[in-house]
Design a protein around this ligand. Structure first.
Ligand code: HEC
Length: 104
């Protein structure tokens, strides 16, 4: 019985991972969410587009691949002087992908 539960858990975990793009398979989503909150990404986007700011994320616009998304986060990091490490950039891009862009 224990073994069965374990197998089901494993299957669920790999399904959940399958939702995320390969670029982001090692990303730390908790860290990404924290960085998005700390750096007030949504506050600034809201000033631009209103609502909760999320309509600035446009999967059909010029950011149309997972790589471009990560590149954009890296660009913002540089422009805004956020001091992200590469794994921070990856974590933030992973969260945006999961919640908004959904690139596979
Ligand atoms: C000082 C204001 C400001 C802050 C802070 C900010 N952004 Fe932005 N961001 C913008 C503006 C303005 C645009 C739209 C640029 C355009 O359309 O040319 C944008 C666009 C983007 C886009 C591209 C959206 C798309 O699909 O075209 C991404 C991704 C993004 N921001 C991520 C972030 C992340 C992640 C953070 C926090 C770490 C962040 N931004 C913080 C102002 C900001």
């Amino acid at each position: 019985m224990k073994k069965l539960c374990f197998l089901i858990l494993l299957a669920c975990a790999s399904l959940a991972n399958a939702q995320q793009h390969a670029l982001f398979k090692d990303a730390d989503a908790k860290m990404g969410e924290k960085l998005i909150a700390e750096n007030q990404c949504n506050e600034c986007h809201t000033r631009r587009v209103g609502g909760d700011g999320s309509s600035i994320y446009n999967p059909k616009g010029r950011i149309n691949t997972a790589g471009a998304l990560r590149g954009m986060v890296e660009y913002c990091n540089t422009e805004l002087n956020l001091g992200f490490f590469p794994e921070d950039t990856n974590a933030v891009a992973a969260v945006l992908n999961k919640q908004h862009y959904k690139f596979r």
